[in-house]
Design a protein around this ligand. Structure first.
Ligand SMILES: C[S@@+](CC[C@H](N)C(=O)[O-])C[C@H]1O[C@@H](n2cnc3c(N)ncnc32)[C@H](O)[C@@H]1O
Length: 237
């Protein structure tokens, strides 16, 4: 992340932390849909430890803990104000670390499952975060995030895919953001033109993708029609 975007992201979240839940958490939104499926994975795979990167105000860990009170959970969050809110909502302060997901302060294979909900589109180098998630997980990773190529009107979706096909991911991202590299908005702070689809090869090269699905609405083609996706991948042993 550039120093400028890093600072804008930090300032935005620090300033809006108290409004985060009101602005970002909506019953049955895409991440809650992803969480419903995650509960089944935890049950079926008998998962006993979870790390959530970019914990925010604790949405995922609180949800998991509500259904699995004995699970060994840990979170890591960049913004102190958001971490404080997560703790005030009931998460254990000793289990929520302050830190950067691009350099996780944990040994290899520390957690059975490592999750990320809506955080990867906020980082300049998602591949570093995914590498770290894979490194510290012993069983698998679970990611819920954007797919910009399936987002918008038919014309904008087609336009984004054409840009991607002609110029590649990095240059098309620069073109979409008018060469700034990222967007800055009142409702989501700093974020990048991100698609989980661009990172599926990295995930599949290092793990087995078990399934990927739309977390928002109907689609017959995930890449072209789904604005939000979730993927579950198990580690290659
Ligand atoms: C859209 S919020 C999602 C928060 C939470 N996962 C949820 O579902 O509500 C993105 C979160 O990622 C965090 N984040 C962004 N970059 C990060 C980084 N490099 N390391 C750790 N957390 C980061 C932000 O501070 C913010 O809490």
């Amino acid at each position: 992340m550039s120093q400028e975007s890093d600072q804008i992201l930090k300032d935005y979240y620090s300033r809006t932390a108290n409004d985060y839940d009101k602005l970002q958490l909506h019953e049955n939104d895409e991440h809650y849909n992803a969480l419903k499926i995650l509960l089944g994975i935890i049950t079926d795979e008998e998962i006993s430890s979870v790390l959530d990167v970019g914990t925010g105000t604790g949405r995922a860990l609180l949800h998991i803990n509500q259904f699995f009170p004995n699970i060994n959970y840990r979170g890591i969050e960049l913004i102190p104000e958001l971490r404080e809110i997560a703790i005030s909502k009931g998460l254990d302060a000793e289990k929520i670390d302050l830190g950067n997901a691009a350099k996780l302060p944990y040994p290899d294979n520390s957690f059975e499952l490592v999750t990320a909900f809506g955080m990867l589109h906020h980082v300049a180098e998602p591949q570093s975060v995914i590498s770290e998630m894979l490194r510290v997980s012993s069983r698998g990773i679970y990611i819920s995030d954007h797919n910009i190529y399936g987002w918008g009107s038919a014309i904008t979706k087609t336009g984004k895919r054409l840009l991607r096909n002609f110029f590649g991911q990095r240059l098309s991202g620069l073109i979409l953001t008018k060469f700034r590299g990222y967007y800055v908005t009142d409702y989501d702070g700093v974020f990048y033109p991100f698609s989980l689809c661009d990172y599926l090869p990295q995930i599949q090269n290092n793990a087995n993708i078990e399934f990927i699905f739309s977390t928002k609405g109907y689609s017959t083609n995930l890449y072209k029609q789904s604005s939000h996706l979730a993927v579950f991948a198990t580690r290659k042993i």
